[in-house]
Design a protein around this ligand. Structure first.
Ligand code: ZN
Length: 354
């Protein structure tokens, strides 16, 4: 079993249509070698740090605070909308939950884990000026189901550091770590996790209070906009936005609509993909007003809405040209299309004054 980015997908309705979904799967851009831009001295220091940390091998085992248990499974399957009864009836945990068991919590006792290879490598890159971070991709492998009562430990190692690379976000280094989960000495799951540590290339967009009567902000260079990852599962969606169509994936077997798109129908398991073109209407199901931290290519605050489409699925997108004070649950909205450049058209929403 393998699950792309299962770690970051937990609990997020982040959508193909949401470049503003706060950095979960942001395109790190093309991996073009950055040539001689970086200072040779800091490059050497980074390579030395990488070699030193990689040579440490696997960190010492860090135990999960609790054994695999039913209450956490129950919360997780409810949050994920996973109704498979095996997880609450048969005493096995959802494989994609593996990382959850060893999470350290919001305020870990003892602060940062001093033996964590990712923390050590991040510190070395911070020191060299590559202070920003974005997760680029991860892959998990599950060797078997976990059972109630099992006690996990996790060990991590630094697998690879490559760079300097020039990316859409700025010059940076890709850092790949591998975590392995154990029950006793048996490896039960592993995860490759890759981040980009970069030096922001563009000055931050100044934050300003939203005043609808003020002259509009100067256009932002499209190069500064965070770009979504286009995969075989989501290509149809972006081909749609380019034509100003909002496409919803429809199962070729049972006809169920779903969003975000995926390779297989969660209802019937059919893998043939079709789509409907949405009417483009809906209402605000939930929203946040994002004031901090800064978002490349955006003047804050921005309103990010979870829109319940008339067709029934939900999509995340920016709600444009509205005073945050006006936004409310149930506000009628209509889709609009933001043509960022020739390659990217983002769906967004505006209040629908029907
Ligand atoms: Zn189906």
């Amino acid at each position: 079993m393998s699950s792309d980015a299962a770690a970051t997908a937990v609990g997020s309705e982040a959508a193909a249509g949401s470049e503003a979904a706060a950095g979960s799967e942001v395109a790190a851009g093309s991996e073009v070698a950055a040539g001689s831009q970086g200072a040779v001295g800091s490059e050497t220091a980074i390579r030395e740090a990488a070699a030193r940390i990689a040579a440490l091998g696997e960190s010492s085992p860090r135990p999960a605070p609790d054994p695999v248990n039913l209450p956490m499974i129950r919360h997780w399957v409810q949050a994920m909308g996973d109704t498979n009864p095996v997880y609450t009836d048969a005493g096995v945990a959802p494989p994609a939950m593996t990382q959850v068991w060893t999470m350290r919590g919001l305020r870990p006792a003892g602060g940062e884990d001093p033996g964590d290879p990712l923390g050590l490598m991040s510190a070395a890159l911070d020191e060299a000026g590559f202070t920003s971070v974005v997760a680029t991709n991860s892959e998990q492998e599950y060797h078997r189901y976990l059972r109630l009562g099992e006690q996990l430990t996790v060990r991590s190692s630094l697998e690879e550091v490559t760079g300097p690379k020039r990316t859409a976000l700025g010059e940076g280094w890709f850092v790949t770590t591998r975590s392995t989960w154990y029950v006793g000495t048996e490896a039960v799951a592993s995860m490759m996790f890759r981040i980009l540590k970069f030096r922001p290339s563009a000055p931050p967009v100044p934050s300003a209070p939203l005043d609808p009567s003020a002259p509009s902000a100067p256009p932002v260079a499209s190069a500064a906009v965070l770009r979504p990852v286009v995969s075989p599962d989501t290509a149809f969606f972006w081909e749609g936005t380019a034509r100003h169509e909002l496409r919803i994936q429809r199962c070729g077997g049972c006809g169920t609509l779903r969003h975000p798109p995926g390779p297989m129908c969660p209802v019937c398991g059919f893998a043939r993909l079709e789509y409907d073109v949405a009417a483009g209407t809906g209402e605000v199901y939930s929203y946040v007003v994002h004031r901090h931290p800064s978002v490349p290519g955006r003047r804050l605050p921005i309103v990010i809405a979870l829109v319940q489409l008339t067709e029934g699925v939900r999509m995340v997108g920016e709600l444009l040209d509205i005073d945050p004070e006006r936004v409310r649950i149930g506000l009628p909205v209509r889709v609009t299309f933001d043509e960022v450049d020739a390659e990217l058209t983002l769906p967004a929403w505006r209040e629908d004054r029907r």
